[in-house]
Each structure stands twice: as structure tokens, then as C-alpha cells.
Design a protein around this ligand. Structure first.
Ligand code: URA
Length: 439
């Protein structure tokens, strides 16, 4: 087999066979195929797409390019939750203890943040002492003991995807639905859970700018799940403004704790309960979503979900007292109110700009080895639909450096669009896709 023939075939709009995809993925994993040929094939896929069979083959071959985590030592169904990434998206921190407090097993491997979006592992590391690098046996033991563990993805997980992603990143081939879907699902499959609930973000802070594209990605993800025998549900949810009010690692842990304590922002609570209800149903723990919602709401009210979070923190070496005393989390030295001279209703927020502003403060990394500052970030005092009076504050900057504050404040002011007309209701959840929708 020759790579050049595969590139030509895809360039001309033909389908690649399972053997050809296997040859390609093996060549990526062993580095036998030079980068320029891998990149050329990615570009051909970008323009010509792939059919369901090709996408499933690519996903499975990438999943099997490294270790497949064996979770069979955990009794019961293991459910995973994944978000395609956004700004202020701390849902995992809320939904995993919430679902685990209902008796569903959550063995979750998460990633770090890159670019304008955050990552669960960085957020968890802002809890003093929290260990995200458990050994496989410890991870399994913990899930059997308390029903919950969240750890960092290892380098052995889908290594072909890791290398492919780094090439896509520099060859303008990230935004391809077959490549995104196979990348996400290869890691999910390799991390060993039985079923998945996915949150596909759409809007000006997400990969998928339009709702239509997000639905297409959701259908592709659910289709892969169906082909490989792992029931998958995908929600399409809004990322035209940050989720909740806090952006930045320890700030997001704070907001997650407040939410588990019954004091969370409405959007974060609603999304967590909705995703959680599908996790309970897919796990067979609740008969339907309305029953599941009631159970989840009762776990929030009784603080059982908060206790589960504290239990996970303690068993993973962290300081569980943070759930009662938020001051134990890293705190930024400077707080600065961002005010705006104009007045009116907030109609739009450039969410990517907000994510980049948090990154500028040090909350996120531009390249994967950059160090981040866990204490810094932003508080969104005004969101879409809110009225802003002239000279009222729209946001608060939490920074450890005075030098960056004025530049970041200017960017935040520029990210807000105001109007004298109140905008119509802003959707949080646009819909969901299940395997039945693909029949
Ligand atoms: N997230 C991933 O894991 N892979 C992509 O290609 C895009 C988002």
C-alpha cells in the first residue's frame, strides 16, 4: 500500500477501506508516514468528508493505537460525560459528583485546557493537594469504593489522535467534522466507559459556530457510538456566553461548589441536571428523565452531591475543607472592576474574546507546555439580557499582575454589545440526538 494512493483516492472523493485506514493510523503511530503526507490526507478529508463507516473505522483504529483502559474491575455500568469545550464550562465538576451521589459509577478521564477553552484537570489541580495522576488500580479501587474518580488522560490514550491533532492544529484541518468526531470518540472509547453523554457546544465561544454544524457533529458522534455498541446521547448547548459567572480554574471550582451547595447560577444548574438526568437513564438507574431530574434535585437539596465531591477530593489527596471554606482555594492578588460608559441591554458577548482574556491573565495556555496561574480569571457580572446602567460594572478581573489589567479590561468592554432593546430569550439547550434519531 502507498500513502500517495490513499491521498489521491480521498482527494477524488472515494471512500477509504478499513485496511487503508488501518495502514494510515499505524503509519501515524509509528511515525512511518511523513508529516506532509499525513497533513495532505487530512486536508483531503477536510474537503471530501468521510462516510459513517470510514469515520467509525478511523475512530476504532485510533482508539486501539494505544491502551484501552479496562474498567471491567468496576461493578455496574460506567458512564462518561464529555464536553466539546467552552468558556466557564465547569459542568463536569458539578455533574460527576451529582450523578455518583445517585449510585451511578463515574470513572472519568479528562484533559487540560488549550487555547481559549478550559480543562477539568487544571480546575481540579487548583484544589490544594488534589492528585489527578492515580495509577489504574487506584482509579478502579476508588470508583468501586466511592463511585467516583476524575483523573488526567495518560499519554498512552489514543496516541495516534494526539499526534494527528498536533498536525491538524498547524495545517488548518481542525474544523472537520469526521476528524473532530473520530478524535473525541477515540479517546472516549479508549478510556473504557460503557456509555457516553456528550455536550456539543455551539456559538461564538465554541468549535462549532452554528447550531446546524453542532447538530451534524452530534449526529456523527452518536453514530460512532452506535456502530461500536456504546449507547451515546449528545446534547447541543449554547456557548454564546460563558456558562455560569466565573471563568478561570479556582474560580470555576468555587462556582461548582456553590452550585453543589444549592447556590449555583441558573444555567449551570439546569445544564448539569439535564446532562445528569440522561446519565441516570442511560445507566439504567432511572426509568425516565423526569424521575431522574427529581432524584438529582433531591441530591442537590440534601447536599449529598456536595458530600460526594468532598469525598472525592479527600480520597485523591486534596483538602476537603475547600467545600466549606472557599478561601482555601488559590486567590488572586488584585481585583479590578470593569465598568462600561454606555448603557443598555446586553445583546451579545464575544465569548472567545472572554476566553482569550482569561488566557491573557494566565488562566489558560497557548501551547501545551505553558504554565498557568490557577488563581486568576474573570467574573461576568452581566450576561445576555441583563440591563447595564452607565458606569456600572460588567465584569471583575482577578489577576496576579497589575500590568495586564488595563489591556484585558479594554478587551472585555469590546466583547460586550449593548442595545436599547431587550433581546429575546436566549436558548441554553438547543436539542439532543440519540441513536433512535439516526434510524
Ligand atoms: N476535541 C478533541 O478532542 N478533538 C478535536 O479534534 C476537537 C476537539
Amino acid at each position: 500500500m502507498r500513502v500517495v494512493d490513499l491521498i489521491a483516492k480521498k482527494r477524488d472523493g472515494l471512500n477509504l477501506s478499513e485496511q487503508e485506514i488501518e495502514f494510515f493510523v499505524e503509519g501515524i503511530t509509528t511515525r512511518a508516514i511523513p508529516d506532509y503526507q499525513v497533513a495532505a490526507l487530512c486536508m483531503a478529508i477536510f474537503f471530501q468528508g468521510m462516510d459513517r463507516k470510514e469515520i467509525s473505522n478511523l475512530t476504532l483504529k485510533m482508539a486501539h493505537s494505544g491502551e484501552i483502559v479496562d474498567l471491567s474491575g468496576i461493578q455496574g455500568k460506567k458512564i462518561d460525560k464529555h464536553s466539546t469545550g467552552g468558556v466557564g464550562d465547569k459542568t463536569t465538576l458539578v455533574v460527576t459528583p451529582l450523578v455518583a451521589s445517585c449510585g451511578v459509577k463515574v470513572a472519568k478521564m479528562s484533559g487540560r485546557g488549550l487555547g481559549h477553552t478550559g480543562g477539568t484537570i487544571d480546575k481540579l489541580e487548583s484544589i490544594p493537594g488534589f492528585n489527578v495522576n492515580l495509577k489504574k488500580e487506584e482509579f478502579i479501587q476508588q470508583v468501586n469504593k466511592i463511585g467516583l474518580s476524575v483523573i488526567a488522560q495518560t499519554n498512552e490514550l489514543a496516541p495516534a489522535d494526539k499526534y494527528l491533532y498536533s498536525l491538524r492544529d498547524v495545517t488548518a484541518t481542525v474544523d472537520s467534522i469526521p476528524l473532530i468526531a473520530s478524535s473525541i470518540m477515540s479517546k472516549k472509547i479508549a478510556s473504557g466507559a460503557d456509555n457516553f453523554v456528550l455536550d456539543v457546544k455551539t456559538g461564538n465561544g465554541a468549535f462549532m459556530a452554528t447550531v446546524e454544524e453542532a447538530f451534524e457533529l452530534a449526529r456523527t458522534l452518536v453514530g460512532i457510538g452506535k456502530t461500536v455498541g456504546k449507547e451515546t446521547i449528545a446534547y447541543i448547548t449554547d456557548m454564546n456566553q460563558p456558562l455560569g459567572r466565573l471563568v478561570g480554574n479556582s474560580l470555576e471550582v468555587q462556582e461548582a461548589i456553590l452550585t453543589l451547595n444549592g447556590e449555583g447560577p441558573e444555567d449551570l444548574v439546569e445544564l448539569s441536571v439535564q446532562l445528569g438526568s440522561s446519565m441516570l437513564v442511560i445507566a439504567g438507574c432511572s426509568a425516565n428523565e423526569s424521575e431522574a431530574r427529581k432524584l438529582l434535585e433531591s441530591k442537590l437539596r440534601s447536599k449529598k452531591a456536595l458530600q460526594k465531591f468532598a469525598e472525592m477530593i479527600e480520597i485523591q489527596g486534596g483538602d476537603r475543607r475547600v467545600v466549606d471554606n472557599l478561601d482555601l482555594l488559590p486567590q488572586a492578588k488584585y481585583k479590578y472592576d470593569v465598568k462600561i460608559a454606555r448603557e443598555g441591554y446586553v445583546t451579545e458577548i464575544d465569548t472567545k474574546e472572554i476566553g482569550l482574556s482569561a488566557m491573557k491573565l494566565g488562566a489558560g495556555r497557548g501551547s501545551k507546555d505553558e504554565k498557568i496561574d490557577l488563581a486568576v480569571g474573570l467574573e461576568m457580572r452581566k450576561k445576555i439580557g441583563d440591563f447595564v446602567r452607565a458606569d456600572e460594572r460588567i465584569a471583575v478581573i482577578y489577576s496576579n499582575s497589575q500590568d495586564v489589567i488595563s489591556g484585558v479590561a479594554e478587551k472585555i468592554r469590546g466583547a460586550y454589545k449593548l442595545s436599547s432593546v431587550k433581546p429575546a430569550y436566549h436558548d441554553l439547550i438547543y436539542g439532543k440526538v440519540t441513536s433512535k434519531d439516526l434510524e
